[in-house]
Design a protein around this ligand. Structure first.
Ligand SMILES: [Zn+2]
Length: 523
């Protein structure tokens, strides 16, 4: 007697279908689970036994062998419970199964037989579809997430009894309709998501240069550093960035949702992630939390911020290993996590936003205050970030404390509010998507060095201006490329295919720190 059900194991953000086979034969009553199960999977024996009884079924009094294959992949967590329980019911002939149909089953059981949500459901369904599976039983609470993929036969399951009812009807050839029996079937529907509340850049008083820089950063997805004394509104400004970022494309949305699903951070009942993520880890976060890792590696903040923003407030407070580990994903757009002989790759193309004080005491550059930090202390403070990391930040914006007259009164500048700015950013983004449509990137910040000449064409005026800047500021080749990419974005914001001199000079300005200040010297 043998029952086969496919479940899935997450490997990175990919799911691998796992066959759950159950063999029942005469012998001492008992249940064994083989095929590299971890502690939680082995404990399924006890949960499943009680859940089966409490759902009105009989638990076989024979020797039960549960085999999870392929055996080479480690199985973690409780998401195999429901599959194991159904396989036992099938093998003990208590439950008819639809003939010749492979079914993917994911879900954790509690002792009463209720199905609990699990992480990684979207990945499970994606891998199942790829594998030719067309029937899925998923926890009711993961249904909205599962709905993101247009599957005909996806059923939301609330309990073991409900799962049995669905299988009985499928075996009889009739799909259960609607939500009867605690199960609901879904086609392809769009989830309604509440709009995220990010405030509005109109909340930023004064500081027209800052608002402009936010727009440029958003339009080309350039990394951004905001620095200035406490009270200059760095954090507030960074938190307004999502209000002007356009929504994700369908492909981006799907991948971001898979990452969040794998990490288990999708809120219950959530559907596709449609807006660029905004991640703001605390400076006390561990390297594992930021980069990813764990026994079965899970995505960290750098991956959760994929296609979105990774905001490090008080950036200098983060540990040096954490700051230095950002270089790989900033360069590659992904992060490799090596562990015990295997390595796993997670997407990690984020827009880095750093906020920090200008010096340890925060008073440097303030007109009515004195900074008591020594040159050495200031130098150490900036070195913490490291030249290599800072060198990858295209826009560096010094902020000053908000003046009293700016706190009141409204901003009449043309980019004063998020609705206007978001419209421009979206237009600039469309221009980039069109320009790079057959390439592996879609934003100006990600143009590889080899293609910069092709896409960042300069007129004679702007070429001369760039030459002057290179001489004056002794630009590295990375700085040179960074200026060209930012200038490309500024031209896109003005719907200009050619990069003009003004575009270029504005980009040069962002690359330096502010005039006459001392920060630049401490690199
Ligand atoms: Zn100071």
């Amino acid at each position: 007697m043998l029952a086969v059900i496919a479940s899935q194991a997450p490997v990175g953000i990919e799911g691998i279908p796992i066959q759950v086979e159950v063999d029942i034969r005469r012998g001492l009553p008992g249940i064994d689970v083989v095929g590299l199960p971890d502690g939680a999977v082995r404990e399924a024996r006890d949960r499943v036994r009680v859940a089966i009884r409490n759902s009105g079924f009989r638990f076989p009094g024979d020797r039960i062998l549960v085999n999870l294959s392929p055996a080479g992949i480690r199985k973690e967590g409780a998401s195999y419970d429901l599959a194991i329980a159904l396989a036992i019911l099938k093998a003990s002939e208590q439950l008819p199964f639809p003939a010749n149909r492979r079914i993917m089953v994911v879900g954790e059981l509690n002792l009463r037989g209720t199905v609990l949500p699990v992480r990684g459901v979207l990945s499970a369904i994606a891998s199942g579809l790829q594998d030719g599976i067309r029937l899925f039983l998923v926890p009711q609470e993961n249904l909205a997430e599962a709905r993101a993929l247009c599957g005909e036969g996806i059923f939301g399951i609330a309990s073991l009894r409900a799962a049995a009812a669905v299988l009985e009807r499928l075996a009889r050839g009739s799909y259960p309709a609607g939500r009867r029996g605690g199960a609901s079937q879904t086609g392809c529907r769009k989830a309604d998501e509440p709009e995220a509340l990010w405030g509005d850049i109109a909340d930023i008083k004064g500081q027209p240069r800052l608002k402009r820089a936010l727009q440029v950063a958003a339009a080309g997805r350039h990394h951004l550093l905001l620095f200035g004394p406490p009270g200059s509104g760095k954090t507030m400004a960074a938190r307004r960035l999502p209000s002007i970022l356009p929504p994700l494309s369908w492909e981006e949305s799907l991948l971001v949702t898979r990452i969040h699903s794998t990490a288990g951070v999708l809120p219950a009942g959530a559907g596709l992630v449609r807006d660029p993520p905004f991640r703001m880890p605390h400076h006390s976060a561990s390297a594992e939390g930021i980069i990813g890792g764990g026994k079965l590696p899970r995505p960290g903040e750098v991956s959760l911020a994929h296609e979105g923003v990774l905001f490090l407030d008080e950036a200098a407070e983060f540990s040096t290993p954490v700051l230095q580990s950002l270089r790989e994903p900033m360069e590659e757009g992904s992060i490799t996590i090596a562990r015990a002989g295997t390595s796993m790759r997670f997407p990690a193309r984020f827009q880095l936003v750093l906020a920090m004080n200008p010096c340890p005491c925060g008073n440097l550059g303030r007109k009515q205050a004195t900074c008591f930090c020594s040159t050495l202390e200031i130098s150490r403070y900036w070195r913490k970030l490291g030249g290599a990391l800072l060198d990858r930040v295209d826009l560096r914006i010094p902020l000053e404390p908000v003046r009293f007259e700016d706190m009141t009164g409204s901003d009449a500048s043309d980019a004063g509010n998020s609705a206007v700015a978001a419209g421009r950013v979206a237009a600039a983004m469309r221009a980039q998507r069109a320009r790079y449509k057959d390439l592996s990137f879609s934003r100006n910040a990600h143009i590889p060095p080899g293609l910069i000449d092709r896409f960042c064409r300069l007129g004679p005026d702007s070429r001369r201006a760039l030459g002057d800047a290179a001489e004056q500021f002794n630009l590295s080749s990375r700085a040179f490329h960074s200026i060209l990419k930012v200038a490309r974005t500024i031209a896109d914001l003005e719907a200009s295919e050619l990069i003009g001199k003004d575009h270029l000079l504005e980009a040069v300005q962002y690359r330096r720190y502010c005039e006459g200040d001392v920060y630049w010297n401490y690199q």
